[in-house]
Design a protein around this ligand. Sequence first.
Ligand code: IMP
Length: 191
Amino acid sequence: MKLVFATHNKNKVREVKALMPSNIELLSLTDIGCFDEIPETSSTIEGNALLKANFVKEHYGFDCFADDTGLEVQELNNEPGVYSARYAGSDNDAHANMNKLLANLDSKSNRTAHFKTVIALIQSEETELFTGICKGTITRDKKGTSGFGYDPIFQPIGFIKTFAEMKLEQKSEIGHRGKAVRLLINHLTKA
Ligand code: IMP
């Protein structure tokens, strides 16, 4: 069975491919000749995952899934949330985004936050959502150099390291995206 992962991110495709059951042939957007920037115009993380999966189904006819992730900070009414990539502007500048978040949280004592990944799967006209959450806190300073995005300022609950100080395997084991992907794989394996 062919299944498209609606992303242009080669690292994400490689990671998920390694976990897929052998009866599923995972295809990337490049594999199906889709070079469009799929619009992410929803005001929710769920909505954007669905928009991307629906776009591929409608325009290319493949069963597919898409993911969307945001960092939700309690004291900031769950900002940056769906706007995580462009919190400080439109160009996905991780340091500018982190600086803005640290400045907005400067006077707050409650630094509770969580990452949320939603995967939308459209398979044989059925739609399913899989959600992975990783709870933690926003540190006062950036620590570590691994990973991407907000990793240097996110410390998961129960750990003394930020995501950016962890090995990728450990981050995937406890992280939001890994949890959502494992729920998806369980579902596909059962089917
Ligand atoms: P996407 O939906 O996976 O493209 O994620 C949207 C934005 O959320 C990214 O551009 C990052 O700023 C942030 N983000 C997503 N996942 C992570 C993560 O695992 N660590 C840190 N930041 C992340």
